[in-house]
Every structure is written in structure tokens, then in C-alpha cells.
Write a protein that binds this ligand. Structure first.
Ligand code: FDA
Length: 387
């Protein structure tokens, strides 16, 4: 078969954005190699066959952005519902409204506070430790929000997320812990927010629906690399350490175990996401997917609901890498991989795995559009070098 003009490794949002732009605007023939059995990367979702509820297979995905260009671009492939994300947190038998806000403070301290009273209370409680003196995550959190709120809403959850006592975690994992002195409890504060009306997979499939784009599923790049390396430009969105056969050592990641079940009730928890802040509850959150699409209520099987318990842990070889751990050791390795990546001829590294960065979906799209503008388009239209 003739060589394509461009090979993309990974059919996630980063790879799909590059593919769509190069095929549609430059008329290039693009081949996407994807090792999973589906496209879409971690944003992939499926309708549960029994209940017809859309389930996000790699953890809950909520779209939000303040980037006009990304919003306009995403809307070429899907419309979005008016879903607004809210999160609640359970602690010692009570349910609180997150992120920390006036409703939570009033409920937690058992009486009403005006915004000024709440501000004064938190300022007093957090004066125990000065932020610049904090030598670990626990001290940093106490210096920002005080001990009572830290112990209820940060300590247990963080310990479960990291399987590590917060006193052993680095202070710079958190830079700020926002407390809202209002009753506003929308989880995101971006200009645009919503869920793809027909679901994630319809959106992501439409991005690849172009006569110049071929998606080859269940194909691992490393099995066919010799056919393409050095012969055509490649955009690689897999793990950067894996590309270089872990020559500088493995980068560390956290993963999440997602335990899915169908329960015999119309409504399990009354909302999409409930965090579990008690340390002795082993999971960090429960997701109930039907609440992401209240407008689909009539299409869901009555009397049933799909829920997922999430358990967080360090990723071992073979686990899905989800969140970069980003220790000092990881950062040192990453610098070496970046040097190697820069020197790799005709290969560009992108996306969350290729750059070892947690990227929200809008950031993955935004950075792919920048790579297209700054590297691929100049290369294919003006012959600029690909570095
Ligand atoms: P992504 O990981 O999606 O795609 C990379 C693809 O490359 C994968 O499909 C992989 O199989 C493939 N690949 C890797 N190596 C390969 C090889 N050797 N050969 C062939 N294929 C290979 N964002 C947001 O905006 N709102 C949210 O609520 C969430 N929620 C969320 C929850 C969880 C648990 C996670 C981990 C992430 C989120 N995100 C999110 C982030 C979102 O998932 C992220 O922005 C996108 O996945 C980024 O897309 P990429 O294309 O960079 O990577």
C-alpha cells in the first residue's frame, strides 16, 4: 500500500484533532493507528446494553472550556447539552455541597455565617501554620483552610487518592484550595460547559469521518513502526517513555480501578458524582451516569441504574496511566525524554501521554490545534522542518 502523508499514533482527542485538520484543511491522507478496539481515547463511552445509559468507560468526562476557538471547533462535530456539573461529598454520615462553599461551611460548623464571618473563621483557623513554612501537603492544606476543614474534606480523600499519608506528600501537590464565600456550587467556572448531545462516541467518530482519514484499530504502533519511522511524518500521542523503550526509566502514573455495576433502583444517589471523604471507605467516588443526561430519562430502563465505584492507586506495568505522579525523579526523567524527543527525526510528541501532563479535553484539543498551526501546517505548506 502507498505510504500515507501523515501517521498519527493514538485516536484520542489530540490525535483526532490533528487528523481532522490535516485531512480537511490540507487534503492530506492520514493514517491513525490505535491499539484499543475503539477510537476516542479516554473520552470513549458506550451505551450500557441493559439500561441504555451512556457509560464513560475511562472515568467520568465532563466537557468545559473558556477557549472560544476550542468551543467553536468542538461544536462542528456535536452540540452540547446544558448540563452543569455539581459534586457532593460524604463525610461521617452527612452529605455536603462541594467545592468548599458557604453551604458546606454553614452545615459543617452547624450555624449560619455571612460571607465575612466565614472568611474570618477560615482565616483564624488557617493561621495555625504559615503557608511558606509548610513542609508537606498536610501542613500546606492546614495553612490554607485550617485544620477542621482539612481533616474532613482533604485528609481522607487525598490519602486514598495517593495511597500515602498526606504528611508524606509534597506540599507542592496543592497550590491553592479554593473556598467560595458564596453558595455558588457549580464545579467548573468556565464560559462553556455541557455534554455531547449524542454522546462522546458519536462526537469522536464524526471527527474521523473523512474520506482522507483511515483509522486502523487494534494496531500497536510498535509492531509496525518500521513501516513508517523515518519515512513519513509521525505524530505520536502514546507514552513518551514507552517510545524510547524506557531508556531513562519509567515515568510514574496513578491509575483508577472502575468497578461498574447495575443496581435495582431508578436513582441510587440523586446526582452524578458523590465523593467519599471518609478514609475508611475504600473508594474515592461513586459515579451514577444517568444523571449526566436528565434529558434522556425516557430512554433509560426504569428501575435500574448504572454506577461505578472508583478506587485510586499507583499504576503498575500494564495498568492504564491516568494521572502523572510527577515526583522530582519523574521530572528529571522527563527532561531527558524531551531531549530525545526533540532529536527524533520526523516525529512530533503530543497529548497527555506524549507530554506526561494531565490535560483536560479542551486542553488536548487546544494544544493539538496549536501543533497544527505552528508545526504541521508550516511543514506541509511551506516545507518547514518538523521539530
Ligand atoms: P488519550 O489517552 O485519550 O488517547 C491516546 C490514545 O493513544 C489512546 O487511545 C491509546 O490507546 C493510544 N495509544 C497509546 N500508545 C499507542 C501505541 N503504541 N499504538 C497505538 N495506539 C496507542 N477531561 C475533561 O475535560 N473533563 C473530564 O471530566 C475529564 N475526566 C477525566 C477522568 C479521568 C479518569 C481521566 C484519566 C481523564 C479525564 N479527562 C477529562 C482528560 C481526558 O481524558 C484527556 O483530555 C484526553 O484523554 C486527552 O486526549 P489524548 O488524545 O491526549 O489522550
Amino acid at each position: 500500500a502507498p505510504l500515507p502523508d501523515l501517521v498519527i499514533v493514538g485516536a484520542g482527542l489530540f490525535g483526532l484533532t490533528i487528523a481532522e485538520r490535516c485531512a480537511e484543511e490540507l487534503g492530506l491522507r492520514v493514517l491513525i493507528l490505535e491499539r484499543r478496539h475503539h477510537l476516542g481515547g479516554n473520552a470513549y463511552s458506550e451505551r450500557d446494553p441493559e439500561t441504555n445509559v451512556e457509560v464513560h468507560k475511562y472515568g467520568a468526562h465532563l466537557f468545559h472550556t473558556s477557549n472560544e476557538r476550542v468551543w467553536e471547533y468542538a461544536n462542528r462535530f456535536t452540540s452540547f447539552t446544558d448540563y452543569r456539573h455539581r459534586v457532593f461529598g460524604k463525610y461521617q454520615g452527612q452529605v455536603y455541597s462541594l467545592p468548599m462553599n458557604l453551604a458546606l461551611i454553614n452545615q459543617f460548623f452547624g450555624r449560619s455565617h455571612t460571607p465575612d464571618e466565614a472568611r474570618a473563621l477560615i482565616a483564624e483557623q488557617s493561621s495555625e501554620i504559615a503557608t511558606e513554612d509548610a513542609s508537606n501537603l498536610e501542613e500546606k492544606a492546614i495553612s490554607l483552610i485550617g485544620r477542621p476543614l482539612y481533616e474532613a474534606f482533604i485528609k481522607g480523600y487525598t490519602a486514598k487518592q495517593w495511597q500515602t499519608d498526606p504528611r508524606e506528600l509534597s506540599a507542592d501537590i496543592i497550590t491553592r484550595l479554593p473556598v467560595r464565600y458564596t453558595f455558588q456550587n457549580g464545579w467548573f467556572s468556565d464560559t462553556y460547559e455541557g455534554l455531547p448531545t449524542e454522546g462522546y462516541t458519536a462526537w469522536l467518530t464524526k471527527m474521523a469521518d473523512h474520506p482522507n482519514i483511515e483509522v486502523r484499530l487494534e494496531t500497536d504502533f510498535f509492531e509496525v513502526a518500521d513501516d513508517y519511522k523515518g519515512k513519513v511524518p509521525i505524530v505520536y500521542t502514546g507514552p513518551v517513555d514507552e517510545y524510547f523503550a524506557n531508556s531513562e526509566g519509567r515515568l510514574s502514573w496513578r491509575t483508577v480501578d472502575l468497578e461498574e455495576s447495575v443496581v435495582d433502583t431508578d436513582d441510587f444517589q440523586g446526582t452524578g458524582v458523590v465523593n467519599y471523604n471518609d478514609q475508611d471507605v475504600p473508594y474515592t467516588r461513586i459515579i451514577e451516569f444517568k444523571h449526566f443526561h436528565p434529558e434522556r430519562e425516557r430512554t433509560h430502563l426504569p428501575g435500574k441504574s448504572v454506577i461505578v465505584h472508583e478506587y485510586s492507586r499507583f499504576a503498575e506495568e500494564g495498568d492504564e496511566p491516568y494521572y502523572p505522579v510527577n515526583t522530582a525523579d519523574d521530572r528529571a526523567k522527563l527532561l531527558k525524554y524531551r531531549e530525545l524527543a526533540k532529536a527524533e527525526p520526523m516525529v512530533l510528541f503530543g497529548g497527555r501521554l506524549g507530554t506526561y501532563k494531565y490535560l483536560d479535553m479542551h486542553m488536548a484539543i487546544g494544544s493539538a490545534l496549536s501543533m497544527y498551526d505552528n508545526k504541521l501546517k508550516p511543514h506541509f505548506t511551506e516545507g518547514a522542518e518538523l521539530t
